[in-house]
Structures are given as C-alpha cells and as structure tokens.
Design a protein around this ligand. Sequence first.
Ligand code: ADP
Ligand code: MG
Length: 660
Amino acid sequence: MQVGKVMSRSTDKKKVKLQKDDLQTFYRLLSFAKPYFWRLVIGSVCSVLGGGSILAILLTGKSLIGFIIESPTFSFTEDVPAMEASAFAVDEAGEMVPDASAPAETEAPATDVSGTLFSKFISDSDLKRLEQQGVSSLLTMSGVLMLLILINSLATFGSVYYLQWVGQRIVMDLRVKLFSHLQKLSISFCNTSSSGDMISRAIADTQLLQNSVTNIVIDAIRQPITFLVVLGYVLVDEWQLALFSVVFFPAVIVPIVLIGRRLRRISREGQRCLADLTSVMKESLDGVVVVKAFGQEAREEARFDEQCRKFFHRMVSAAKAKALNDPITHIIGGIGGVGVLVYALIAKMPIKDCIIFACAIWAMYEPVKKIGRIFMEIQQSSAPADRIFEIIDAPVTISDSPDAVEISDPLQHIEFRNIAFNYGTKDVFTNLNLKIENGTSLAVVGPSGGGKTTLVGLLMRFFDPISGEILRNGEDIRKYTMKSVRANIGFVMQDTFLFNSTIADNIAYGNPEATREEIENAAKLAHAHEFILEKEEGYDTVVGERGVSLSGGQKQRIAIARALLRNPGLLILDEATSALDTESERNVQAAIEGLMGRMTMIVIAHRLSTIVKCDYVAVVANGGIAEFGTHAELLAKRGLYTRLHELQFGSCSNGTDVAV
Ligand SMILES: Nc1ncnc2c1ncn2[C@@H]1O[C@H](COP(=O)(O)OP(=O)(O)O)[C@@H](O)[C@H]1O
Ligand SMILES: [Mg+2]
C-alpha cells in the first residue's frame, strides 16, 4: 500500500463526508483514552467542582453586590470610593476574582459616614449599628468568596492537570503504536513509502495532535460542565434572558465551525507540506556526497526553499483563519451583551440583577467560545490523526500464523518449490525450484535484476511467495515464527547499515547478551579483529552515523561478524564485496572463504574465486533457476552460465578475480 495514494483517495472521499469522518476519527482518538478512565473521572470531578464553585461564587457575589447596593452605609456615600461592584472583576476564564485595584474593603465605608445624605434621616446610633453589621457581613461574605475562589483554583488545577495528562498520554500511545506498527510492516511497504513522510507523521503529526487532543480533552469536559452549571443558575434566576442566551450562544459557534472546516483543509495540506519538507531535508542529508560531488547545493536549497514557502503559506492561511475567529465571536458577543443591557433597561431590571446577570452571561460566554473551539480543534486534529491512522491501519502483509512455532531442529536442507513471485508488477519468478543441503555452499549468479536478492528475501520472509513454498527440513517456513526463521539465518547485505554506536554494540546487535569474548570470536572469524584492535578505542570505538568512520571493507567485515555472532545455521551474503575497493574486497573475500565448509552458505557472488570455491552454482534468470550444478559442470554445459562467464570475465578468462 502506498500511503500517498491512499491519502489522495481518502481526501476526495472526505470532501463529501466531512463531518461524519471528523467525528469518526475523533471517536477513534477518544478510544485511546479508555485505559486512563479513572484519570478522566478525577479530571471531570474537578471540572464539576470548578463549575459548582463558579455558581457559588456567582451567588455569593450576588448577595455581596446586593448588600453593597442596598446598604445605606455604602450606596450613598458621596465621595468615598466605597466597596463597589467593580471590586470584583471577571478574569479571562470568566471566573470572578478580587480586583487588585479596588481599595481595601473594610476601611473606606466607615470613614465619612456622617457626611452621607442618609445621616439626615437616620440617628447616629442606628447608623453605627448598621455600619457594624455591614462590616461583619461583608467580611464573612468576602471570606466565603475567597474560600470559593480557592476551591475553584484547586479544582481548575486538578481538572487541567489530569485531563492534560490523559491528552498527552493518548498522543504518546499513538506515537508508540505508530512506531511499533512500522516495525511490523513489510519491507516492501517501507520501500515504497518516503521515510521523510514517515518521520513527519511520527513526529510532526503527533505533535500537532498533542496540542489539539489535550485542548479537546480539557475543553470537552470542563466547558460543557461550567456552561451547564451557569445556565442552570440563569434559568432559575431569569428565564427570559436565559432563553435569549439559548438563541445567542449558537450564533457564537457558527463562525467557529465554519472556520474550523477551513482549518481542517489547510491543516491537512500543511502537514503534507511539512512531510515534503522533511523528505527534502532527509534526502539531501542522506545524499550529501552526491549533492556535493555534482555541485547541486543550490538546487537542493531551492527545493527546500520551495517546500518551506509552501508550508509558510499554509501556516499563514491557518493563522488568518484562526485570527478571524476571535474578532467574529467578539462582535457576536458584543451584540449579545448590548442585547442584555437593552433588555435589562426595558424590563427595568434592578442593578444588582443586571450586574450578576451580566457576570453569568460572561461566565457562559467563555465556555461557549471554547466549546466552539472544540469543533475547530476536532476538525484541525482530524488531518494529522488521519495521517497517523493511515499508517496504523496499513495491513501487515507478512505476519506469523496463529499456530506458528519456534524452530527447534538443526537445519538439514532448504527447498524452494514452484515459487512464483512479483512485487506487484512484472513477474520476478514464475516457477523457481532449488534445493540446498546442509553444510554446502551455493553461489547464486545471474544477470542484474534477475532476482538474486529477491530469492534470499523470500528465504528471510521479507516477502511471501505468491504461490509455491519454501521448505525447511520439509516444513513450510510459514509454519515457524518469523523471528525464529530469521534468527537461524545470518544475513549480510551489500549496503551494510551500522548504528551510531560502538563496534562491539554493532556486532552484538542481533544478540545483545553476547559476552566480549563471543564478540571477539565472531570478529576473528570475520577477519575484523585486527583492524578493530588498531582503532584507538578498539571495540569501544564509536562508528559514527552509518559507520562513516570506517572503510567499506571494515563495515562489511563488522556486518559479517554481526551475522556470525548469532551462530546461524545458514549464512547469506548478498554481493558482500561488490562495492568494495580491491584491498577491502580481498580482506572480506578471505573472511568469506574462511567460513566455507563451516556452515551452510548462500553467496550471491561476483568474484570468480568465490564462485569456484562454492560447492554448487545456481544461475537465476528468466523467472527461475536457469542452470544448476558445479562450476565445472556448468562451464561444460556451454549454456547461460558460460555466456555470463564469458561476458563478465572475458572469453580469455584466466580464472582471476574479475567482477561479474
Ligand atoms: N522492492 C521492490 N519493488 C519493486 N520491484 C523490485 C523491488 N526490488 C526488486 N525489484 C525488481 O525485481 C527484480 C529483481 O530484483 P533483484 O532481486 O534485486 O535482482 P538482483 O539482485 O538479481 O539484481 C528487478 O526487476 C527489480 O527491479
Ligand atoms: Mg541484488
């Protein structure tokens, strides 16, 4: 499956079923929260507490404001900046907090009471009593308010922390799942997908998702709770106005949803651009030698520049869409606010109700805005989520059968029987038959592209044949676990890959528990021990990325040591010396020839001396094994092998080492 193809197909489909698909993706994301149910519950309980405390804050605030407005002590003080409604401001989150700029609440009212208008009608003692009562009630109420604010703050912390935890964890699990699925996917999948794109999906897409999912999890639980609590209050208190808000709030959501749709499209394009950008970066780093050798630095820069530009434009479009969101909702919010005031004026609402109501509406406006944002986030997050699920859903074509067993018996023979295989297009094999006895060595030769590498790939179960079977001691290798099939084979490729670690770690890659002695023995067998000791830090020398600090021949011998350390019943060498200079080649050659007779070997060879030393030669061509026999038998046949031989070694072959 090619990810790119799947992606473009699914994009077309999604234009039609935008909403449904978004929600499906989102439900699927949410299913990842299941293992963390209790944390979600704690977060939700904290949200309820947060919402409840807001309600209590509103109620206390209402009494407090009512008290202030109705109390003669406070309401008619002429020039004393008494404790006013403004002593409580509403913070960004719609939660009431004491206004720091307000004067200390207990001092102001008492100072200039005798100057009030009321003093003309009320006796001094009455005034004193009222004043004392007022101060103590005010203090109690302020204390309650402070307590509620404390509860609200703690609950806010609890809900944000626990819900954020779940959001982050979902994304971590997704990342791990994505990587683990990538490990299971077939080699052909990884070959046909761009590695830059994969990296981008595993890192950038999950990152984008992390931000969105965390916000979604938090807001989807907190905001509706807060909203419902305050709505409940408003409904009980002033149902006409509550009805008004039912009409008004959906209006706030509409632009958010519309912008969200646009964001979703931009986000999908943006993530694709980012993947292209990563690919260009990765390619130019991987191919740095080619880039420099051909003087194409400027071209690479231009390619990168172009991708950056594309990404920039997508991001700017997204920023524009997001930037539009707040002004639009604020305008609608403003209209609503004015509406409330006009209504209050017409309905001749008492000032304290009006203030509290305005606070309540504001307390609801924030959650509504955030609920609207959830839509936006869901739409925005579905783009990266889809890209991640595309990988997670990519079918694992090569897997163990449910009753697969471990290999336990020693190798006797391997047989390819009636194998047909292709990579999806042209047939590589139509009917291939081949038998290898234990302890023998087989040289595999043939024209380039004939299928030599494919043959050993089938044996390693990198791919399965379309028809036919590969038998190990007479049993189909698909009966065994892939792990044990591979564990019994030492595989050395033409392009060795070394990890950026020490030589010892690289040799022990397939067998991390190996002792230093075992590592050294394997290195000795691979003719690597001497050069390793010559290195400053010996086996602890770090080889650099891809083993850059080693020559081709050295890398290859480490790869052979790595394969040998697993003590394989069968050793496969795929053109292990073809990319090496003469001297390196000779060293590797010596290593390979030293192993002959010690174990079963399949050597895809281009060196005549190797071919001659092998017990048998198989010519892979025309969809199968064209010829099979010893070197001498095949030469005597004067068939394809002879032709290949003459073509590659020249008709006047003198038996020296010339590349096939
Ligand atoms: N991963 C792949 N996807 C598609 N086609 C492939 C792949 N690997 C090899 N082929 C094709 O299969 C044929 C056999 O390739 P290969 O086994 O590598 O040949 P050889 O090792 O003999 O040079 C060639 O035509 C090659 O183009
Ligand atoms: Mg090959």
